[in-house]
Design a protein around this ligand. Sequence first.
Ligand code: NAP
Length: 290
Amino acid sequence: MTLLDGLATSRQIKSEIAQSVESIVQSGGRPPHLAAVLVGDDGASLTYVTSKVKSCEEVGFRSTLIRKEASTSEAELLDLIAQLNANEELDGYIVQLPLPKHVDEKKVLLAIDPRKDVDGFHPENVGRMVLGLPCYLPATPGGIMELLRRYHVPTEGRHCVVIGRSHIVGLPMSILMQRNTSPGNCTVTITHSKTKGLDELCRQADIIVAALGRPEFLKGDMVKEGAVVIDVGITRVPDATKKSGFRLLGDVEFSSVSPKCSFITPVPGGVGPMTIVTLLQNTLQARLEK
Ligand code: NAP
């Protein structure tokens, strides 16, 4: 069994990005600049955004964290988006989800300039991804594809079962895995909470992408020998032995699944760090396209 080490791979990619930033700066250009908008004070969202900002600093990007009160109105937020779109010194930005209930997330998403949509959530980028045109890939699926590429995981002709159909993970993952690319060229089955016979589908899979948000859902008896398993799930479960008071669990029961796998991602240290580097890669791409 080979561990798909997202942490080590992300470090390697960060050093490649840092080199690109250095050559931009050496030739007199300004470094890439990413902004993150955080509305409210949700602990998990703050952790994610802080680690994105920290990663920007590691590779030499400029970063701006814009924090807004949970009571910020939809109109104020749309006004901020318009300012970010117009800011020539900014290459890309993200609006951390979820947004407070009184704000229409779809409206906010549609207001983002697709050329600065480094999260790859705007319908224009999603449409371009579906058609195989140049675009910003959504960070988590993009990071998984990069991990598969760097470890030369065979995918062509394989049966890939994706568990979950969210717009940010499951659905784009299913599209990327069936594209005529490498990695890609899989026969894909996308599944969700209404799917019947999921256990049997998983047992038929050469590759399983578990993205449902249920800790340790995928057990050893649901996986065939030699399978590739990608664990996207991150759930905080209370743990009094930890300083933070919680630990992170994936959607895969690692102890029973990993002995059967040819490749598997750990949690933490698998998909999570790859998600952040994809965001950095997208921001670098935005800077270079200016
Ligand atoms: P989500 O929006 O809640 O979607 C979950 C999907 O799983 C839905 O499509 C749902 O089906 C499906 N599902 C739920 N229970 C199921 C079951 N018993 N059998 C089959 N399908 C089932 O979640 P998400 O945003 O995609 O995130 C999924 C997990 O990945 C979460 O743990 C999240 O924290 C994690 N995540 C990690 C990263 C990272 O960087 N590592 C990034 C994003 C998300 P329905 O559509 O029928 O409801």
